[in-house]
Ligand binder design. Structure first.
Ligand code: PMP
Length: 362
């Protein structure tokens, strides 16, 4: 019998692309990952420093912290699951719900990991392209719902566009697809302020995700949250590793949840910087898309590679999104503090002057 010389993965895994985030360059102003550009709350740092060696010897217990997070969201503890970042939340939802013949429905462009995790399942990916306004393609998405739709994932605000779906649109979609889960990914909630988390349990197929990687500044600890009705979360818990959120992260989150003043301060900074930065883009004559998040998508046109590299030369990292569907020439810039954005503006102004870019890409 002829045997393959090396074990082969499942066919779907064989055809999956590898995802390599462009990391590195730690000593730069990182406006390429939509992270908090300052730091987490000092209370978090203190809490981590005060951890004992004994605490590190025990397996983590996420339940008490889940209860605290649930309480802050006016939810019951059983309606909340903490995860190893929203990425794990997406992964476990795909694992628990996407079967052969099922469809994952996505408006695009959107966050990459929905398609990646779904591609490891036997489900089919169905995408609905936004038009050139990059606004949420509500009507087209509603029309794309089929009896096989099992999961609809909507980042709200969306990345990389910064666009939003209204509460009414989300309710309509949830009601139009009662046989599917509507996942509303509120990773950028704090910079927007609107949520549908209050509808958990009222809309039986609504699940909301939140991350602690953005406003909270805890991306390195990998902390996310799923809020949903008990009858759906119970299946998700079956495929979730019981210890995927570690004790350092749980300690940090407990402190972070108790320091809401820090989040309020950070979000105020970012909103002020966002207003100022968009005004500066207007003055420079650069086209951008309306945003409710801590980033903005800017049209640099054919010079997008030169732009990213000119910013990098000044130690500022921004993200070229040209490869995203409908995003040719578009670069996503994270909004940091007003001071950080002033230095970004100076660099962008030099680029615009050097290449006589103003108005050219409209
Ligand atoms: N959802 C969206 C829309 C995102 O942009 C990101 C991060 N880039 C995530 C989820 C991932 O969040 P986490 O760090 O919690 O895995």
């Amino acid at each position: 019998m002829k045997v393959a010389s090396t074990p082969q993965p499942r066919a779907r895994v064989l055809s999956m692309p590898e995802y390599h985030p462009p990391l590195g360059n730690r000593d730069t102003l990182r406006l390429d990952f939509n992270e908090n550009t300052v730091a987490c709350s000092p209370a978090v740092e203190r809490a981590i420093r005060n951890m004992t060696a004994a605490e590190l010897t025990r397996y983590p217990e996420r339940e008490p912290v889940e209860a605290l997070a649930a309480q802050q969201l006016d939810l019951a503890p059983e309606q909340v699951i903490l995860t190893n970042g929203v990425d794990e939340a997406i992964h476990v939802l795909c694992q628990a719900f996407l079967d052969t013949g099922d469809e994952l429905l996505l408006p695009v462009p959107t966050y990459t990991m929905y398609a990646i995790y779904a591609s490891a399942t036997d489900a089919t990916l169905c995408t609905v392209q936004a038009d050139s306004t990059l606004a949420f393609p509500f009507e087209a998405l509603k029309a794309a719902i089929t009896p096989r739709t099992k999961l609809i994932a909507i980042a709200n605000p969306n990345s990389p566009t910064g666009s939003i779906a209204t509460r009414e649109q989300l309710i309509t979609l949830a009601e139009a697809a009662p046989h599917a889960i509507l996942l509303v990914d509120e990773a950028y909630f704090h910079f927007y302020g609107e949520t549908v988390i209050d509808l958990i349990g009222k809309l039986p197929n609504l699940i909301v995700a939140r991350t602690f990687s953005k406003a909270y500044g805890l991306a390195a600890l990998r902390l996310g949250l799923l809020a949903g009705p008990v009858h759906l979360l119970r299946w998700t818990r079956r495929v979730l590793s019981p210890y995927s959120v570690n004790s350092v992260a749980l300690t940090a989150l407990t402190a972070a949840l108790q320091d809401s003043a820090y989040i309020d301060w950070y979000v105020r900074q970012i909103k002020q910087a966002r207003t100022e930065f968009l005004a500066a883009l207007d003055t420079m004559g650069l086209q951008y898309w309306p945003t409710e998040a801590n980033f903005v998508l800017v049209n640099i046109g054919t010079l997008h590679r030169e732009f990213v590299s000119a910013m990098r030369d000044k130690a500022i990292l921004v993200r070229d999104r040209s490869a995203d569907p409908g995003c040719d020439g578009l670069v996503r810039i994270t909004i940091g503090t007003p001071e950080q954005m002033h230095s970004a503006i100076t660099t962008i102004q030099t680029f615009v002057r050097t290449y006589k870019l103003a108005g050219v890409v409209r």
